[in-house]
Design a protein around this ligand. Structure first.
Ligand SMILES: C[S@@+](CC[C@H](N)C(=O)[O-])C[C@H]1O[C@@H](n2cnc3c(N)ncnc32)[C@H](O)[C@@H]1O
Length: 240
């Protein structure tokens, strides 16, 4: 491994298998969502779920198909714990499982999480209450409507997890929009970078973007860093 930065990341973040008390609390909520067969009316916003298409959906089906698995959600938690970002953005809250992991990674951070479907975001809000989390602001509505006023505030973001609307154009648009409020160390994490040809194309364009100096392909997620500390562009593929 030529990069000391990536070497440290592998040792301290990727290969850290310690369980934390909050993992069990959050996973208990995931399990109860998976057992909840109530139906909710859901607006369909993007290509995120390959499994479910109808507008009435069972909570259990969404919980089984749309949320990041414990392995990846816990990795996101460790990334936040390691890098200590202050302002975090998550596009695609769903039931707030990964949001909870992100928020609990740094209690000094503020997480701004965006979700379009109000029936889903109501459940997420309730989960944040159950977990005693108070560093999350949930912004409800279509990203197309909620992101522009957020960007206008010009608040620099340190970490962004893009996990909604898994198509090429919207993914690239969110990246470009969020870049306008990125600082010179911002970390972006993109979900499902190999999920479809469109997402492959989006990931390739992101890796090749002039601001991106380091990219790490973990197959199910892609991490990019725009820090100028890295003199030349480097791309890594790491088995996780
Ligand atoms: C894959 S899920 C997010 C999962 C969550 N990050 C987790 O791991 O627990 C994607 C969510 O993004 C929302 N979404 C997709 N496109 C959207 C859009 N254009 N505006 C608002 N919400 C959107 C969907 O309603 C869905 O709940």
């Amino acid at each position: 491994m030529h990069s000391p930065f990536v070497f440290d990341l592998i040792i301290h973040v990727l290969n850290d298998h310690q369980k934390e008390p909050c993992f069990e609390e959050i996973e208990t909520i995931r399990q109860s969502l998976k057992k909840n067969h109530d139906e909710i009316e859901v607006e369909d916003f993007g290509a995120g779920s390959a499994v479910i298409k109808s507008n009435k959906r069972k909570i259990s089906k969404i919980a089984n198909s749309s949320l990041k698995s414990p392995k990846y959600a816990q990795l996101l938690h460790r990334l936040v714990k390691y890098f200590r970002p202050k302002n975090i953005v998550e596009l695609g809250t769903s039931f707030g499982i990964t949001s909870a992991y992100l928020a609990k990674g740094n209690s000094d951070a503020q997480l701004y999480t965006f979700e379009g479907a109000s029936s889903i975001s109501n459940i997420a809000e309730n989960n944040f209450k159950k977990l005693g989390i108070n560093n999350i602001e949930l912004i409800n509505g279509d990203f197309g409507k909620t992101l522009p006023p957020f960007l206008e505030k010009n608040m620099p973001i340190d970490f962004a997890f893009i996990d909604g609307n898994h198509r090429e154009k919207p993914t690239l648009a969110y990246f470009h929009e969020l870049l306008t409020i990125a600082n010179d160390q911002t970390i972006f994490v993109f979900d499902d970078i190999h999920w479809s040809t469109e997402m492959e194309q989006a990931w390739s364009a992101i890796q090749n973007h002039p601001t991106v100096t380091l990219s790490i392909d973990l197959f199910f997620i892609g991490i990019v860093i725009i820090s100028k500390d890295f003199k030349e562009k480097q791309h890594f593929k790491i088995q996780f």
